[in-house]
Design a protein around this ligand. Structure first.
Ligand code: PLP
Length: 329
């Protein structure tokens, strides 16, 4: 099978670290982290892996502008703005937010990297597909060519970012002399999970790839995962198709919903940070890793010995509100 072409922007392969103290506290399990938060400084996180494939497709088809969308503190939007600047493309972002959003974190970096930005309210954002197409048409009328990336770059082409990551993991397993029998990732728009699952199935690797959703529910994301897998088949010519039961999404850790934290989640992030020197983020990895930790404690993953969690990044997503929570420890 031939993979689509990719650019080389991220620092790959990312390291795999053993979390020694956490593992010995949990007992009978070894937890490892794949540091996809260290794919780069400006492009930090998982999105750049997907963008390496998506932007290559854009360039190969003569596009000059990347158009994408997300929440106002979207890591994906920031990584797209940074990647566009790195390779000399223009970038336009449509972000869900309001005039009250503070110009900080990812939102600030979007501006720093020179992206043009439209902030739209939640109601308008419900028609995001139309907004993206309108922008594309507007650019076209000015003689430019806008390439639309969906939220999170979670589509067929983006999924190859995590096919590539799976190949990396299989190589690292050999070098480290470890076999990961479970690989766990956050599910935010399902591209990372779908890519890993696709590669795991294609390579006949016997690990279980789990996703832990941080918003919506299992059913919604199982459908999204199926869609992305079907789109990946269009590139590979394969016919991979998974049933609902073959899509292991662990539900129950979305907490208060997207971008909102509970005290337990923040306490857990603080615990991991001081125990292992690893900073999780409140929107994605903090929730999912908290979910993994709880599932292990409940004995639901006791059939796994070596568990690899993908640290998908999010360091710029800390917001004033959450910094306040931390201050009160
Ligand atoms: C986007 C994101 C995720 C979720 O990845 P998806 O491929 O969208 O499911 C996880 N962690 C961080 C930090 C992210 O920015």
């Amino acid at each position: 099978m031939e993979m689509p072409r990719k650019l080389t922007i991220a620092n790959l392969p990312t390291n795999i670290e053993h979390l020694k103290r956490l593992s010995s506290e949990l007992g009978n399990v070894d937890i490892y982290l794949k540091r996809d938060d260290q794919t780069g400084t400006e492009v930090s996180g998982n999105k750049i892996r997907k963008l390496e494939f998506a932007i290559a497709e854009a360039i190969d088809n003569g596009y000059d502008t990347l158009i994408t969308c997300g929440a106002v503190q979207s890591n994906h939007a920031r990584a797209t703005a940074a990647a566009a600047a790195k390779i000399g493309l223009k970038c336009h972002l449509i972000l869900r937010g309001s005039n009250e959003d503070v110009f900080e974190g990812n939102y600030f970096l979007d501006g720093l990297f020179g992206a043009s930005i439209d902030i739209v309210g939640s109601d308008d954002f419900n028609n995001i597909d139309e907004l993206l197409k309108n922008k594309q048409a507007e650019l076209e009328s000015k003689g430019r060519k806008g390439y639309i990336l969906p939220i999170g770059a979670s589509n067929g082409i983006g999924g190859f970012g995590y096919f590539h990551a799976m190949n990396e993991i299989l190589e690292q397993e050999k070098a480290l002399g470890i076999h990961f029998d479970a690989i766990v990732t956050t599910v935010g728009s399902a591209g990372t999970f779908a890519g890993l699952l696709y590669a795991n199935t294609f390579t006949k690797n016997d690990a279980v790839v789990y996703g832990i959703n941080i918003s919506a529910d299992r059913e919604y994301f199982a459908d999204e995962t199926k869609k992305i897998i079907a789109e990946m088949n269009e590139y590979t010519g394969e016919n991979i198709s998974l049933s609902y039961d073959e899509i292991p999404i662990i539900d129950g850790y979305a907490g208060r919903g997207y971008g909102l934290s509970t005290k337990e989640e923040i306490d857990f992030i603080k615990y991991i940070a001081s125990l292992e020197g690893v900073a999780l983020d409140p929107v994605y990895t903090g929730k999912a890793f908290y979910g993994l930790y709880n599932e292990i404690k409940k004995g639901n993953l006791s059939n796994h010995k070596n568990i690899l969690f993908i640290h998908t990044g999010g360091i710029f997503g800390w917001k004033a509100e959450q910094r306040d929570i931390i201050k009160n420890f």
